[in-house]
Write a protein that binds this ligand. Structure first.
Ligand code: AMP
Length: 357
């Protein structure tokens, strides 16, 4: 681990007190709410333009650190303030987008979770490799220019929330479309594009939490991503659709999901495999929240096409707990609160280093 960060963690541990910080976006309200429930002091780093909105929730924010641009997070002043407060940063899906991988990976403030997974998450191919080598069932990957014998989904690098993905059945069509996109500057190179078998089934995103203190993986919830236009198309009778209408995969929201109970053992097994693999491949491995994004086929096989190594926005559905988190904890336990609970348990067990990097 980065020496500066381990020294800071030792320093926090010796003081036996930490506060919880995050950036104002994504799942920050849930994280702050959970932190307050567990009795932590909370800090919110926010853009000046959003401050008014987050002030509506000032009962769950003890201190606002207002910046004019996100990159200020990478500068001395904000970092000093965070460290003065013994802040533990909770990363979410916006952090890399806002401050860039270099800054996010290297800031000398401890993260709850594993900062070494940020780089893996930013690389679609590496991400798939992690899933495959974990022993989790994944969709087949096709080579650009090779034969296509099935319906495939073509994923563009850096696409936010599925924007720009397209479906195809032909390598000629893929080639034409990607060359056009490259010409228009929408993609830099066709080499970064992933061509993946399109799995037909129902989408299901599983929210996990690995607790290093209790040494167990918990399934804390599940959701369905609501996507335009793929989810909207079924509302329109076929006869009204023009032939050239294409499904698209832009995330517009999240729907709650409870899964068929007989699927739960496989779901948990996948989570355990993922934690075990990341422990070897990116030590100390997944810590706290992560998500496996899948499609469940009609033969009840669960095929995982993506992972997130931190809290996902779908957990915002369960600010007051999910049907699963209630089974583990018998109290309203959101993922945000679960993070704070783990931090509390780690402080009590003098094991802060187990949950921070
Ligand atoms: P992703 O950016 O990989 O999370 O994908 C965005 C969306 O595309 C997902 O939420 C799914 O609706 C769809 N999708 C991605 N990969 C696949 C796949 N291999 N099979 C079926 N649908 C997929």
């Amino acid at each position: 681990m980065n020496k500066d960060v381990s020294r800071i963690i030792e320093d926090y541990a010796s003081r036996g007190e930490v506060s919880i910080a995050t950036l104002s976006s994504h799942s920050s309200l849930q994280i702050l709410h959970g932190a307050k429930k567990e009795g932590f002091k909370t800090l919110l780093v926010t853009l000046a333009s959003r401050e008014w909105f987050y002030r509506q929730f000032d009962h769950i924010v003890d201190k606002f650190i207002v910046v004019n641009g996100w990159k200020e997070l990478c500068t001395g002043k904000v970092l000093e303030e965070l460290r003065r407060e013994n802040a533990v940063m909770v990363p979410h899906g916006s952090i890399i987008e806002y401050v860039g991988l270099e800054c996010a990976e290297n800031i000398p403030v401890p993260y709850f979770g594993n900062r070494y997974l940020f780089r893996v998450e930013s690389d679609q191919r590496l991400k798939m490799q992690y899933l495959v080598e974990s022993g989790i069932k994944t969709p087949r990957i096709y080579k650009y220019g090779g034969e296509i014998d099935k319906l495939v989904i073509v994923k563009l690098p850096g696409a936010k929330g599925g924007k720009g993905y397209f479906l195809s059945r032909s390598s000629t069509h893929i080639k034409e479309k990607l060359e056009q996109m490259a010409k228009e500057g929408a993609i830099k190179s066709v080499d970064d594009v992933i061509i993946q078998e399109y799995v037909i089934g129902t989408p299901a995103y599983f929210h996990y939490f690995y607790s290093p203190v209790l040494n167990r993986v918990e399934v804390l919830g599940a959701d369905i991503r609501y996507e335009s236009n793929v989810d909207g198309l079924r509302r329109v009778p076929l006869k009204y659709l023009a032939e050239d209408v294409e499904p698209s995969f832009v995330v517009t929201g999240n729907l709650p999901l409870v899964v068929r109970e007989s699927l739960l053992p496989t779901i948990l097994e996948y989570g355990i495999k993922f934690v075990e693999y990341t422990r070897k491949q990116s030590p100390p491995g997944a810590i706290g929240p992560f998500c496996l994004e899948s499609v469940v086929r009609d033969d009840l096989e669960i095929v995982v096409f993506e992972f997130s190594g931190r809290i996902v926005a779908g957990t915002n559905l369960y600010v007051s707990g999910s049907p699963y988190s209630y089974l583990y904890w018998d109290e309203p336990m959101s993922v945000g609160r679960r993070i704070a609970r783990e931090l509390k348990l780690a402080l009590k067990a003098a094991s802060l280093e187990k949950v921070l990097t």
